[in-house]
Each structure stands twice: as structure tokens, then as C-alpha cells.
Design a protein around this ligand. Structure first.
Ligand SMILES: Nc1nc2c(ncn2[C@@H]2O[C@H](COP(=O)(O)OP(=O)(O)OP(=O)(O)O)[C@@H](O)[C@H]2O)c(=O)[nH]1
Length: 277
């Protein structure tokens, strides 16, 4: 059996008509990292400016946008299972290879503001890589997944990340390294693999998480963290855009005023000219 193939490019990233979100998609406090040894931000609250903007409803178009998240990694590591556990709260023990790409839209309410993630599931099989890579562009979040019980897949995440970063502006995306199938590993074996993964995450400038789609362990916490970090960045970008527009408007009005005063002074000069007809 094959998974649904989606080859439709989303031309617009605007959301239309939004019913209320489920209670488990409401994020009020800044979610915590998995381990402080490999995390993108150590703080435990939203940025001061973001909090103020949310309270004063100055978040611009953030509530209308859909932020893109791409999930990459070798075949069979559990990318689809991870997304399905979060979006549909289901787990299927049968393997169905992803063909090309597929996506889910998940809606949140963060600090009182609606926010949506478009989570792209990509095929791990080599033969579908050219289709999947066409969808890497514009990713605000890149999730590279590996199987905790198959150490070889950890090493391959470097290449998956490089492929995704090639399609995006340098430093423009948050990067996560996720060890899947946590239920299959425990004790010292799990600790050793996690240590290797944390090491690699630091090299990749990524945040590390261990999860299990089978038991659901850490899945919601992980995506909540992804959503909060992406949301905060979106609001900060919106605020920056707003202040740029304000500067441009201020600059334009100064130059209009300058033009007006220079016209007025020219008129004044010509009006006062004794020889004027
Ligand atoms: N025990 C266990 N098995 C899992 C877990 N996640 C996924 N699996 C199994 O691993 C196999 C592969 O999972 P998929 O989610 O289809 O893997 P994928 O990375 O999407 O694979 P491709 O679509 O080929 O890229 C399936 O048989 C799943 O049931 C997990 O957390 N624990």
C-alpha cells in the first residue's frame, strides 16, 4: 500500500476561515526544551516585545499566515508516524512508504493569537528525493529525523539537512534533530545514542528531541516547542517589518514636507519678485 501523494504546490500561504482550535493546541507559556545540552533557546518565556505585541493585538498578519515545517530523514525512520501521532493521534504499525510529499495543517492559539503550521512529510526513499526536495524551499523549520534503534540513520541526517539548507537562505530556518522510536531503546544503549545525537545537534546548530510515535512520548511537547519558536520568530519579523514601514512612512513624510517647503519657498520667492507678471 502507498501513502497519498500530494503534488499540488500551495501558491498562497494565507489561511481562510478559522474555527476555534482544540484545547491542546493552546499555548500560553513558552514550552521547554528537551535537553539544555542541545537546545535553540534556553529561556522559559516569550520575548518581551512579543508578549507586548500579543497583548496589544499588534501581531499584524501573523494570525493569517501558515509557517512551513519540513520533516526529512531516511526511509522507515518514522517521519509519517510522528506527524500522524501529533496531527491525528494515531499510530499504524504497518509500513506504507511515502511517495513524494504530503502535508498536514495544524492550527494553534499562541499567547492569544491564532497561528498555523503546515507540516510537510517527505519521502525518505532515494528515488523520490527529487520530488520531495522541490518542497524544501521556504521552510521556517527543518526537522531531520533518525531512528534511535538504527544508528546509521543518525549519520545521514547531516546530508538531509544540507539538502534542505541549500533551498533556503542561510540561517533562516530553525533546525531540529529528532530521534524516533524511543520505545525501542532504553538504558545505556539509549543514553549512548542520545549523547551522539546531542553532539551532532550542536554541530548542526539544531535542537535535539527523543520521541516515540508509538507511545506518544514527547510528541506533543516537541511540536508545541516547534510552534512556539516559529511563532515568536514570525511576530518579531512582523514587528521589524512594521517598524521598517513606519520608518519608510516617516522618511516619505519628511521628504514630502521638504518638497512642500521648497515649493512654498520658490512660490514665496517668485511671489515677492517685483518683476513678476
Ligand atoms: N516501535 C516503533 N515503531 C515505529 C515508531 N514510529 C514509526 N514506527 C514504525 O516504523 C515504520 C516506518 O514508519 P514511517 O512513519 O512510515 O516511516 P517514514 O520515515 O515515514 O518512511 P518513508 O515514508 O519511507 O520515508 C512503520 O512500520 C512504523 O509503524 C515508533 O515510535 N516506535
Amino acid at each position: 500500500m502507498l501513502k497519498r501523494m500530494v503534488l499540488v504546490r500551495m501558491e498562497s500561504n494565507l489561511m481562510v476561515l478559522a474555527p476555534p482550535v482544540g484545547r491542546d493546541r493552546i499555548i500560553s507559556d513558552f514550552p521547554k526544551w528537551y535537553t539544555p545540552e542541545a537546545c535553540l533557546q534556553l529561556k522559559d518565556h516569550f520575548h518581551r516585545q512579543v508578549r507586548a505585541a500579543c497583548q496589544e493585538q499588534r501581531t499584524g498578519t501573523v494570525g493569517l499566515k501558515v509557517s512551513k515545517v519540513v520533516v526529512l530523514g531516511d526511509l522507515y525512520v518514522g517521519k509519517t508516524s510522528l506527524i500522524n501521532r501529533f496531527c491525528k493521534d494515531v499510530f499504524d504499525r504497518d509500513y506504507k512508504a511515502t511517495i513524494g510529499v504530503d502535508f498536514e495543517i495544524e492550527r494553534f492559539q499562541i499567547a492569544g493569537v491564532p497561528y498555523s503550521l503546515q507540516i510537510w512529510d517527505t519521502a525518505g526513499q532515494e528515488k523520490f528525493k527529487c520530488i520531495a526536495s522541490a518542497y524544501y524551499r521556504g521552510a521556517q523549520v527543518i526537522i531531520t529525523a533518525f531512528d534511535l534503534a538504527d544508528i546509521q540513520t543518525l549519520g545521514h541526517t547531516r546530508q538531509w539537512l544540507a539538502d534542505a539548507q541549500r533551498e533556503n537562505e542561510s540561517g533562516s530556518s530553525f533546525v531540529f534533530l529528532v530521534g524516533t522510536k524511543k520505545d525501542l531503546l532504553s538504558g545505556p544503549a539509549c543514553e549512548r545514542t542520545e549523547m551522539d545525537a546531542v553532539h551532532l545537534a550542536n554541530e548542526m546548530q539544531a535542537e535535539y528531541w527523543s520521541v516515540s510515535a508509538k507511545t506518544g512520548e514527547n510528541v506533543k511537547a516537541f511540536f508545541t516547542r516547534v510552534a512556539a519558536l516559529a511563532f515568536e520568530q514570525s511576530v518579531l519579523q512582523e514587528l521589524e517589518k512594521g517598524s521598517c514601514h513606519a520608518q519608510i512612512r516617516a522618511g516619505a513624510s519628511i521628504s514630502i514636507r521638504r518638497e512642500e517647503s521648497s515649493v512654498a519657498s520658490q512660490e514665496g520667492a517668485s511671489g515677492s519678485s517685483p518683476g513678476c507678471c
